[in-house]
Design a protein around this ligand. Structure first.
Ligand code: G3H
Length: 540
């Protein structure tokens, strides 16, 4: 697709929405603090879908409802509840046995599963994600919870024994850090939030959860599950303008871990607001501009398929998306032709349409921003090589392949986070290698070639520049057991099912000289199950 007529008629009226995807407006006024759903009576934020429908004044974003714009005092109450539940590590949750905490998370997962359709539908409407990808996000999140439970059991089993070294008996475990502020991104508002929330909780931390600007309502069906599954104050939610709510939370000094997926600028501001930044554990997923390098001997069909999926899945709104392509001059013409054809074959439309790939964009002003990037590239000598690329209709932006891109253009460095594929021709392999070395980012790279020698000569220098080198495959986060991180301005800390458990905990131990008295004391505490930490209980 991409003919002007198709783009002009991409939005349809409400009657075209299949009954199962119909979404009533949701006035979401509840927020969870200290184990109770509080009803907000202050100002609210109106939510509009990226999906537009015809109105008397032209196309208009579909209203979806509203959520509370909490003030600073309400946000501080949520923080106070998390501080109380942690109680300097003496609270019920941080001192509970791992098996009991697993029970609560399991209970939550069962309740969450019951809300699948409600959450998936809100994902579709709030951020414009296709039904297929929204369902995948939900299911992947439940799988992540199950995998986390398995990983925590394994971690606990390894720690359920004593170590005797140089006459000292020790039991070493991982303990929680304290109160964690969890903030996910709008592109994976459920999954990426939960990949920090669940490990933080299961390790015994208490949490203040702030959903992203787009993707707030979808937490509504989960509030009751949070309330019912966890002790009071273990998880608390705050809604509203991040810029006004979160710096004061950080400035309180009561937050010990910040899990944030967003821009490095916002992350830096949050970190700086903390009075004792050295006490703050950071788990950050930040910007990226992952390049693909297509060498002259690449299998072009495969390279095009992977580059299209890599750069345009969810409209290119993935931190792991391929955001710039270096293509060897020798094959550039052929590659571009295939790429333009493949891009124009993608199905564009509304999130509920089967097989749809390109959908409307949720961010205010995003199509103007992307148009600005194209205009800038054209003014510096590039063109849009696929017919209809860059056409705009309200919140919809037709995917555009831009060629040849050079360093004068904004597209060369800016993370477009949208359906634009900048392509740079090269003859010397030093060109993409230098680009990566000079880049502010260092998340991933994809290399396309059939030559083992060429691949090997690129792998060795590139693993020291980025944190994942993909061979003839798109950049991506999964599988979730693989480490996910980045260098430079792309990340702080490493996430994977097992790494996340480490990220939200610290090693701590009980040690004693192996005297007769100490052996007798430890034996009694363990035998009589007096401690949850000093214990040889083995979770099956
Ligand atoms: O936005 C970043 C996500 O973690 C990407 O995950 O590569 O599995 O789509 P994904």
């Amino acid at each position: 697709m991409s003919s002007p007529a198709q783009i002009n008629s991409i939005f349809s009226d409400a009657a075209a929405v299949p009954a199962e995807f119909h979404q009533d407006e949701l006035q979401q006024l509840d927020y969870l603090v200290d184990g109770e759903l509080r009803h907000w009576q202050g100002p609210t934020h109106q939510v509009f879908s990226p999906v537009c429908q015809p109105s008397a004044t032209g196309l208009a974003r579909q209203p979806l409802g509203s959520f509370p714009l909490l003030d600073e005092a309400a946000a501080q109450q949520a923080l106070a509840a998390a501080v109380k539940a942690y109680a300097n590590g003496r609270g019920k949750w941080p001192t509970m046995s791992v098996a009991e905490r697993i029970g609560c998370v399991q209970e939550f997962a069962w309740r969450m599963k019951e809300q699948r359709l409600a959450v998936v539908r809100l994902l579709m409407w709030e951020i414009g994600k296709s039904y297929q990808d929204s369902a995948k996000e939900f299911d992947r999140t439940l799988d992540y919870i199950a995998a986390t439970i398995d990983a925590v059991k394994e971690l606990d089993r390894i720690s359920s024994r004593f170590v005797i070294e140089q006459g000292i008996i020790g039991q070493i475990r991982r303990a929680p850090l304290g109160v964690t502020l969890c903030m996910g991104p709008y592109n994976y508002p459920l999954n990426e939030t939960f990949t920090t929330l669940i490990p933080a909780l299961i390790m015994g931390n208490t949490v203040v959860l702030k959903p992203p600007r787009h993707g707030v309502l979808l937490f509504h069906p989960l509030l009751e599950a949070f309330r019912a599954a966890f002790p009071a104050g273990v998880i608390n939610t705050v809604y509203g303008a991040g810029r006004t709510l979160t710096p004061p939370l950080m400035a309180s000094g009561d937050i010990q871990a910040l899990a944030f997926i967003g821009t490095s600028k916002a992350a830096d501001a949050l970190q700086k607001a903390h009075p004792k930044p050295h006490r703050l554990r950071l788990v950050l997923g930040l910007e990226a501009k992952n390049p693909a390098i297509v060498l002259a001997d690449a299998d072009l069909d495969q390279a095009v398929e992977e580059c299209v999926a890599g750069s345009l899945s969810f409209n290119g709104q993935r931190c792991t998306a391929i955001k710039i392509l270096f293509v060897h001059q020798q094959i550039a013409a052929d590659f571009l032709q295939r790429l333009a054809r493949a891009v124009n074959n993608l199905s564009c439309g509304m999130p509920w349409q089967p097989g749809v790939v390109i959908t409307p964009l949720p961010e205010e002003g995003k199509t103007d921003y992307l148009t600005g990037l194209l205009d800038d590239a054209v003014s510096h000598g590039a063109s849009v090589v696929n017919s209809g690329g860059g056409a705009v209709n309200a919140t919809f932006f037709a995917p555009a392949v831009v060629y040849p891109v050079n360093e004068q253009m904004r597209l060369y460095r800016e993370e477009q986070f949208g359906p634009v594929i900048p392509v740079i021709p090269f003859t010397d392999i030093e060109t993409p290698i230098r680009y990566i070395a000079d880049s502010d980012y260092g998340q991933q790279v994809s290399i396309f070639s059939r030559d083992p020698e060429q691949l090997a000569s690129l792998i060795d220098p590139l693993v020291n520049q980025v944190c994942r080198v993909n061979l003839n495959s798109q950049c991506q986060r999964g599988p979730d057991v693989f480490p996910f991180t980045g260098r430079k301005d792309s990340a702080v800390g490493t996430l994977s099912v097992s790494d996340a458990l480490r990220a939200f905990s610290i090693r701590t131990l009980v040690a004693a000289k192996a005297t007769e008295l100490n052996q007798a004391l430890i034996g009694k505490i363990v035998r009589e199950r007096r401690s949850n930490f000093l214990s040889t209980d083995f979770i099956l």
